[in-house]
Design a protein around this ligand. Structure first.
Ligand SMILES: Cc1cc2nc3c(=O)[nH]c(=O)nc-3n(C[C@H](O)[C@H](O)[C@H](O)COP(=O)(O)OP(=O)(O)OC[C@H]3O[C@@H](n4cnc5c(N)ncnc54)[C@H](O)[C@@H]3O)c2cc1C
Length: 383
């Protein structure tokens, strides 16, 4: 790493250049902070992900990043263990799909445009803090010094552990990028979700420009059976034998209520903070929002703003945590009564409307479940 990066005291160092980190870096730079963004991967880098952007995500991204959208989704097909398929349709798109390699690179480019210094291929090994030096970040290519650090290094990063984030649930997702052929055009313009046999599991097909992203997710702990689950899902789709461009796996995890988000001058955002919907495993909107708020708070704190980091943690706890708890209640119901959830989403007018509203970002699962009628329905459904 260049000497200049090491010797300098940065207002803000951001660790991890996914949606949380690049949003944090951009937001901090836009507020006048000197910002260094580092990632251990060489960019552009692949990220195992469906790449589904709901309305809440689209609202957060700078317009040029929208150029990376590869599919507009007008229909969602659901089935229950391959049976009773049903399709929800809309005249206007309610979800868009991206490939994370391009999407994340465009978010980084927007951060650089805002004045952020970006270094990829720099892996963080440790963090230490004291009153005289501020925060020292040890990397595989030298030491970095910052007034404030934003940890956005995802589920396998170091900053969550440093801050003491505790996670309540962890899932394993396996995904294939299957090269498109004329035969796969049948998936265009729609997403396909199949609720699986293991509690809380599901499989998906998200069509992109050059590939179909096909995956499954279930509770971590039985990797061989998760692999079999993926194989049988691909076979059921009639895609066995199609050319696989990439096969990968990744964990998703969500936080314990009130688990810390800050230690001293280090705050965490996105997956590093366990911010993810436990039922759908939608995490990009949480990463973009928490990252933006963390970056603003970091810039303010580095400039001497008292209490800025605490206001960040309060905002996450007030605005994002309720949705995570609501998603967890939905997951528990889905684990016990997948048929009921399937029927609600696929066959009831209210369920279809709510599904589309959540995808469009007009409603959140937390907002829906906060209503008395929904709470009563959820209670009765659990009996
Ligand atoms: C299979 C799968 C499908 C998903 N599908 C969707 C979906 O369709 N829609 C949705 O909204 N969400 C989805 N998610 C969740 C979504 O991918 C995450 O919530 C989102 O990527 C979180 O963004 P982030 O910026 O917090 O972390 P990440 O995107 O994971 O970025 C973290 C970055 O930190 C870097 N890093 C890690 N360790 C270090 C280190 N020590 N030093 C430096 N850098 C480091 C990594 O290289 C990485 O670039 C899915 C997740 C999985 C696993």
């Amino acid at each position: 790493m260049a000497q200049e990066l090491e010797s300098r005291l940065w207002d803000v160092v951001v660790i991890g250049a996914g949606p949380a980190g690049s949003s944090a870096a951009r937001a901090a730079a836009e507020r006048g902070a000197s910002v260094l963004l580092v990632d251990r991967a060489r960019f552009p880098r692949y990220k195992t992900c469906g790449g589904g952007l709901i309305g809440l995500s689209i609202d957060q991204i700078p317009p040029p990043v929208l150029d990376t959208v590869e599919q507009q989704v007008l229909a969602a097909r659901f089935s229950l263990r391959g049976r009773v398929p049903v399709t929800d349709r809309s005249r206007t798109p309610f979800l868009v799909l991206v490939q994370r390699e391009r999407f994340d690179a465009a978010l980084v480019a927007a951060a650089v445009e805002a004045g952020v210094a970006f270094r990829s291929g720099v892996a963080v090994r440790g963090i230490a803090e004291d009153e005289i030096s501020g925060v020292t970040v040890t990397t595989d290519s030298g030491l970095l010094h910052a007034r404030v650090v934003v940890g956005a290094d995802g589920t396998s990063g170091r900053t969550g552990r440093y801050v003491g984030v505790l996670n309540r649930g962890t899932d394993l997702a396996l995904e294939l990028e299957i090269r498109r052929t004329p035969e796969t055009d049948r998936f265009d313009g729609s997403v396909y979700l199949d609720w699986g046999s293991a509690p809380g599991s599901y499989g998906w097909v998200f069509p992109k420009r050059d590939v179909l992203t096909v995956g499954v997710i279930e509770a971590r702990g039985r990797p061989d059976s998760t692999r079999q689950y993926l194989d049988s899902w691909v076979a059921r789709l009639g895609l066995s034998g199609h050319e696989v461009e990439r096969s990968s796996g990744h964990l998703t995890q969500w936080r314990e209520p009130d688990s810390p988000l800050r230690r001293g001058s280090v705050v965490v955002a996105g997956d590093a903070a366990g911010l993810l919907d436990p039922w759908t495993r939608e995490g990009i909107s949480f990463a973009l929002r928490s990252g933006t708020w963390a970056g603003r708070a970091a810039a303010e704190s580095a400039g001497g703003g008292e209490g800025a980091l605490d206001r960040y943690t309060d905002r996450v706890l007030n605005e994002l945590e309720p949705d995570i708890r609501a998603g967890e209640r939905m997951l528990r119901l889905f684990e016990r009564r997948p048929g009921l959830v399937h029927a609600f989403l696929g066959y009831s007018g209210i369920g279809r409307r709510l599904f589309l509203d959540v995808c469009r970002g007009r409603k959140s699962i937390g907002g829906i479940l906060a209503g008395r009628a929904a709470r009563t329905a959820l209670f009765l459904a659990r009996q």
